[in-house]
Design a protein. Structure first.
Ligand code: SF4
Length: 78
């Protein structure tokens, strides 16, 4: 999936849904950390990266969302 090189995203974790499996951090350890049993994505913007999408899509709880940093729209990963 081609994306604009300068596209930036914000990542959100639903801590009510996250079960702390660590899968996201395993797929993209430079982006996700698991702290106290919950995934902690970066607080700020991150560059668009297929690795981030792989991590988001790997979450068994569908606890992660990616928003376009400019429009605020949630990316449809279905
Ligand atoms: S993969 Fe999903 S459930 Fe597992 S730590 Fe990451 S956000 Fe939480």
């Amino acid at each position: 999936m081609a994306r604009e090189q300068n596209t930036r995203w914000r990542i959100e974790a639903d801590h009510g849904a996250c079960m702390g499996t660590g899968i996201c951090a395993g797929v993209a350890p430079d982006v996700f950390q698991v702290v106290d049993g919950r995934s902690v994505p970066p607080a700020g913007e991150v560059p668009a990266d297929e690795n981030v999408l792989d991590a988001v899509e790997s979450c068994p709880m569908e606890a992660l969302r990616v928003r376009d940093a400019v429009s605020g729209e949630v990316l449809d990963l279905s």
